[in-house]
Design a protein around this ligand. Structure first.
Ligand SMILES: [Fe+2]
Ligand SMILES: [Fe+2]
Length: 239
């Protein structure tokens, strides 16, 4: 490990760790998006991929603001989290679609919470060290991680987990169907590949979308203050 005499050394170390973590995520998120069967979930992963590219750029901005360069290091924790996500993706052929999506959300929320812990720490370090501009840049990213975490909870609770509970959705691959084009909808028959956006869904499309939109609205208001981090898949208020 690099020299770690002062809080500033530790700050640079933590920023470098996050830099590695974010770069790993820019490679992992497209795979998560491709594996997702829910169009809403896929869209959430794709949107977060764009944000994540922005997080990499913001970290570079922070390094230049404080006159430092990222240390060459690999975030081992993120390697492990990405590996667990990959294990979930590998279940694609055997899992029910909604159950697979619930598993992808579980993996993604572990990632978000790891990032939230990391950014929470560096925001505090930046404030203590008097790096006001760096603190405010890092806080923007922290807020986006929190928003993503909440959006994933919302998708899980409002639609994906209940569908997974019912075992809803058809397995995307069945041995007896190999090579045949199957029933209506045209979502199977290739044995692999992504589910089409037209995959069978119950009536929920507009409800989910409006839930997500409402939720984003609410959340945007909240983000001005450092709000409490929601636990993964947290259910609010019961039902
Ligand atoms: Fe990020
Ligand atoms: Fe993230």
């Amino acid at each position: 490990m690099d020299k770690m005499k002062s809080l500033n050394d530790l700050f640079i170390h933590e920023l470098s760790d996050l830099y590695s973590a974010e770069k790993q995520l820019t490679k992992a998120l497209p795979k998560m998006a491709k594996a997702a069967t829910s169009p809403d979930l896929r869209a959430a992963f794709e949107e977060h991929l764009e944000q994540t590219q922005g997080h990499v750029a913001r970290l570079e901005q922070v390094f230049s603001t404080i006159g430092a360069t990222p240390k060459r290091m690999v975030c081992k924790a993120m390697e492990g989290l990405v590996e667990e996500g990959k294990e979930m993706i590998e279940k694609k052929k055997e899992a029910e679609p909604a159950t697979l999506d619930a598993g992808l959300i579980a993996a993604a929320q572990r990632v978000e919470h790891y990032e939230m812990a990391g950014y929470g720490t560096v925001v505090t370090f930046a404030q203590t060290l008097g790096h006001r501009e760096a603190a405010s840049i890092l806080k923007e990213t922290l807020n986006e991680e929190k928003t993503t975490d909440k959006l994933l909870s919302k998708l899980a609770v409002s639609s994906i987990n209940p569908r997974a509970r019912k075992g809803e959705g058809e397995p995307r691959w069945r041995p007896e169907e190999t090579g045949k084009s199957s029933r209506s909808g045209g979502t199977r028959g290739s044995g692999k590949g992504t589910a089409s956006a037209g995959r069978r869904r119950t009536s929920g499309k507009s409800t989910i979308d409006s839930n997500v939109d409402n939720y984003r609205g609410e959340n945007a208001k909240e983000m001005g203050t450092s709000s409490r981090a929601a636990a993964p898949n947290e259910r609010r208020g019961g039902r």
